[in-house]
Design a protein around this ligand. Structure first.
Ligand SMILES: O=C(O)[C@H](O)[C@@H](O)[C@H](O)[C@H](O)COP(=O)(O)O
Length: 223
């Protein structure tokens, strides 16, 4: 496993934000547009705060989430709102948000309308993933109803997902879509997640979905 250990979270966020910016700049040298796919949840906020102030051609960058909880933007659990408040501000306000939420009662009803714009961002240039202590990443949760399909080569780009550990229905990019990324980073903090990630490397994808990304990812960890 390729793991970078930082002395503290400040060092991690500065280095990771700088690395992501460099990878986006490199992608924009050879392509008109670049895509950045990021996690929601509680961990990435400080990285977004730093990245949003970085100078690059943000107006040529498409930003999308790995996954979204099927809640309106007024919910404090909305990853879309997190992005709008913490990443798509300052210089990064010029980037284009590719939505992963629609105002429909269920993700199944919203999915088709979101698909084409998400597929247009593939292959991803830069992918950042988070991870839960249960070894889920994106909304690829152990025990989730559509996990087997989401991990398979036959997976569509987007799937609705329901899981015992997820309080609300989700929508997620499939493993295949996420694995299209040129550069992949896994962002984790704390001892519990570090231990979980090491365990994930020894388990099957159905038990530890994050494990399917370990061969291509750089893991960034701070206490
Ligand atoms: O919507 C989400 O919940 C995320 O995209 C999810 O995959 C997240 O990265 C992990 O659950 C870790 O979350 P924390 O950073 O909050 O621990």
């Amino acid at each position: 496993m390729n793991i970078v250990e930082y002395p503290d979270r400040e060092a991690l966020l500065l280095d990771l934000a700088n690395t992501i910016a460099g990878e986006l700049r490199a992608a924009l040298e050879s392509n008109d547009r670049a895509s950045l796919c990021v996690p929601g949840g509680t961990t990435p906020g400080p990285v977004f705060d730093t990245l949003s102030g970085v100078t690059l051609d943000w107006d040529r960058v498409d930003v999308l989430l790995n996954d979204e909880r099927w809640v309106p933007e007024s919910s404090d659990r909305s990853n879309t709102t997190l992005l709008k408040q913490r990443l798509l501000v300052d210089k990064a306000a010029a980037a284009t948000l590719v939505p992963l939420y629609a105002d429909t009662p269920t993700p199944e009803e919203g999915l088709d309308g979101l698909m084409a714009a998400i597929e247009a961002t593939l292959p991803l240039d830069v992918l950042v993933l988070g991870m839960g202590a249960d070894m889920h990443t994106a909304s690829l949760f152990p025990g989730a109803d559509q996990l087997e399909l989401a991990l398979s080569d036959a997976a569509p780009t987007l799937l609705a997902m329901r899981a015992p550990n997820a309080p609300e229905p989700r929508i997620t990019l499939s493993a295949k879509a996420l694995k299209s990324a040129m550069a992949t980073h896994i962002l984790i903090t704390g001892d519990e997640k570090r231990t979980a990630l090491q365990r994930a490397a020894t388990l099957s994808p159905m038990d530890a979905p994050v494990s399917v990304f370990l061969a291509q990812a750089t893991v960034h960890w701070a206490p």
